[in-house]
Each structure stands twice: as structure tokens, then as C-alpha cells.
Ligand binder design. Structure first.
Ligand code: SF4
Length: 55
């Protein structure tokens, strides 16, 4: 899936994601959902983009 439009409000460097904006480090979705794989997240490493989709 291609990503033509960078959402300047959502910076992202995950190039493996289908919603990553090709040449820029931005997401192309209008909004994303952030969640966690931990039951008690305490660090930024505990957070995940739940809108991620493998290319
Ligand atoms: S959906 Fe999440 S991981 Fe994918 S480009 Fe957007 S912010 Fe990055």
C-alpha cells in the first residue's frame, strides 16, 4: 500500500509499516492508536503503535 500524504502531526521512522510515508519520516494515517504489550507500562519502550501494518 502506498502512502502519498504525510501527516505532519505524526512523525514515524518505521519503514516496514505500510502506512509509513515513503520518502519522509511521517505516518500517512489521519490518526493512529498507541497501546502497550505490557499490563503496567513504565517506559517508552513499553509502548507500541497499534495501527502498524506490515508492508
Ligand atoms: S501506523 Fe504507526 S508504525 Fe505505521 S507509519 Fe503510522 S505511526 Fe508509524
Amino acid at each position: 500500500m502506498s502512502t502519498e500524504r504525510a501527516n505532519m502531526s505524526i512523525e514515524c521512522s518505521i519503514k516496514n509499516c505500510a502506512y509509513h510515508c515513503c520518502d519522509k519520516d511521517y505516518c500517512s494515517l489521519d490518526k493512529i492508536k498507541v497501546g502497550s504489550h505490557e499490563c503496567d507500562p513504565t517506559k517508552k519502550q513499553c509502548t507500541d503503535c497499534m495501527s502498524f501494518k506490515m508492508k
